[in-house]
Design a protein around this ligand. Sequence first.
Ligand code: NAD
Length: 244
Amino acid sequence: MSDFEGLTALVTGGASGIGRATADLLAERGATVAVLDLDPSTVAEPLTGHRADVTDDASVRAAVAAAVDGLGGLDVLVNNAGIGAQGTVETNSDEEWHRVFDVNVLGMVRTARACLPHLRASGHAAIVNTCSIAATVGLPQRALYSATKGAVYSLTLAMAADHVREGIRVNCVTPGTVDTPWIGRLLDAADDPAAERAALEARQPTGRLVPAAEVAGAIAHLASPLSGATTGTALTVDGGMQGL
Ligand code: NAD
């Protein structure tokens, strides 16, 4: 399939996990793709890597400018960089709340702000934000993380309303538990990683964690010109975890 032929895309957090699978899939489907990441050292052709920290506005602006320069324009932004956090309102400090909101919410705001002038020039642009089912399902020990993803969900709807008349669609994906290095790190920290993985898999009606490539498939669906009438929506990719 080549629905992205002639289009350009920027994927934040694109060196690992969901972001990497998305960058690879968009490139396979014909897009020219750049990646923005804290550590783009593993990013190789046909992708191009740009180092930036989404909590640092100057570094985001510089990386977006360099990426758009290399791509020759910008049609798709995948706002995906994010970090996890465990705890309750009693155990997470104010500093942790500020830090995780800075990455997961303001990081998307800064990147979108730097990309919007270029997306406006596209005429048929799309932004896809990586949200989480944590935005809409009460999960224990996830107060801070869930609040950031709730903000990403609301941000998606508001941005869709702000930019629809400029030819920019804004949607989000809400993944469940996805098999990425992030989950690998959580499992490694458990007393019994194999038992912990089995427990996570048992929580999934499909019996398996969501492969990163299948979240990438949903992101590509929303970013594709074939979804030209879809804006202000959330697409759940959770193996049936929510609501079954
Ligand atoms: P990951 O850790 O495998 O990849 C995240 C990438 O983001 C890394 O390459 C990292 O370097 C980059 N990154 C982190 N902080 C950054 C910063 N300040 N500036 C620039 N880049 C930064 O994680 P993943 O599982 O692929 O998660 C990607 C997104 O998916 C996140 O927004 C996460 O909240 C969301 N998500 C993940 C899951 C899951 O189960 N893995 C579920 C729902 C949502």
